[in-house]
Design a protein around this ligand. Structure first.
Ligand SMILES: Cc1ncc(COP(=O)(O)O)c(C=O)c1O
Length: 354
């Protein structure tokens, strides 16, 4: 552990900048070779500086899930944003309209008539139409039209509505569901094209399947988010290794009540309680023999081999199960630069849930 990490207060979220830069470059280079546009999802880092780094490396633009996140990114002069969420209600629609005046290339998704009609009403008198993609449920079982025929019907409605224009198709498939997604999207795209509709963007995403994303098929664009930091869930899937994990929770051992138990000052408020189908709550770097077996809000309970005990005051670095949630738990993070220098930074879009 670098000396500087010995004095910062814990629990802390530490991001290794060199690993971030390497992760950005590696997947950008993969997308370039595939001829796929990359549109990183910024929910993982929520930082303007890393959104800019992703665009400087060659990304087409960014993805946000919430208008609030997009507003923060627009404040940082990001000019190409896709919001992958159904936007509803007068307050949000008013904010979206205002955002469109600041973001030259703004697009959103819709999976139902109510959302399409709301967008059309608010943008009817806009100088520039808002681009709307049809969200398709290709197996992720979240939002999305259920069949290619439904995608066509909604696409027709978008194309016929004032103030908005059809951009194409969007999906967020289940991990491992790339081929189901491709089958759905190819059929839907062909139906749109036969109907004379625009389908210039076909966008899918997800870090678990990013290394097999292909442009040869139907996709024109890929949205990866977690790849910038990576996490324990992705190491378990074989998507990356521990060295590719840039986001660590730094914690201090505060108690060793029994020879086999140590307690750290990072609980669910620092690590999140997300299991993502795993057992335990994170990976202690350099100590694969240790298990994080339980969390309460401010305590993490570690099962330790009594022959290799941890001492009170000792620090551990933990790769969380799901790093995106951790970014949203800390107001400020520590960026660990390649030379060991630590820089404290505010998480720009933290807590932007609307
Ligand atoms: C709509 C959408 N696109 C892309 C992503 C990025 O997925 P990942 O973080 O697995 O790369 C997400 C993640 O939640 C998402 O919801």
């Amino acid at each position: 552990m670098s000396d500087a990490l010995e004095w910062i207060e814990t629990p802390a979220f530490v991001v290794r900048d060199a690993v971030v830069r390497r992760n950005i470059a590696a997947f950008q280079s993969y997308c370039d070779r595939q001829g796929l546009a990359l549109r990183p999802h910024v929910k993982t880092h929520k930082l303007v500086r890393y959104a800019k780094a992703q665009i400087e490396a060659g990304a087409r633009g960014i993805t946000c899930q919430k208008i609030g996140e997009a507003e923060v990114m627009a404040d940082g002069s990001i000019d190409d944003i896709l919001i992958t969420y159904n936007i509803l209600g007068p307050e949000k629609l008013t904010r979206l309209r205002a955002l469109s005046d600041r973001v030259p290339r703004l697009s959103v998704v819709a999976d139902n008539d109510t959302v399409v009609d709301g967008l059309s009403q608010v943008f009817a008198d806009a100088d520039r139409p808002l681009t709307v993609l049809v969200e398709c449920d290709t197996g992720g079982r979240r939002c999305g039209v259920q069949t290619p025929a439904e995608a066509l019907a909604l696409a027709r409605r978008i194309a016929a509505s004032a103030g908005i224009r059809l951009g194409g198709l969007m999906t967020y498939p289940a991990a491992g569901g790339a081929s189901d997604a491709a089958a759905f999207l190819s059929q839907a795209r062909d139906m749109l094209l036969r109907d004379g509709l625009d389908c210039s963007v076909v966008t899918s995403g997800g870090t678990p399947d990013m290394w097999t994303a292909q442009s040869g098929g139907v996709l024109t664009e890929y949205r990866a988010g977690t790849y910038i930091y990576n996490d324990r869930s992705l190491v378990q899937r074989g998507t990356c290794g521990w060295d590719d994990c840039a986001g660590h929770v730094l914690a201090t051992v505060v108690s060793t009540p029994t020879p086999g138990r140590a307690v750290i000052d990072a609980g669910s408020k620092a690590l999140s309680s997300d299991l993502l189908g795993l057992t335990d709550y994170g990976h202690v770097l350099g100590r694969p023999d240790i298990r994080i077996t339980g969390l309460s809000e401010e305590h993490g309970v570690l099962a330790v081999d009594p022959a290799r005990p941890l001492n009170v005051g000792e620090r551990v670095r933990i790769v969380p199960n799901h790093v995106c949630v951790v970014s949203n738990l800390f107001d400020r993070i520590w960026i660990e630069h390649a030379d060991g220098m630590l820089e404290e930074a505010a998480v720009d879009a933290r807590g932007r849930v609307t």
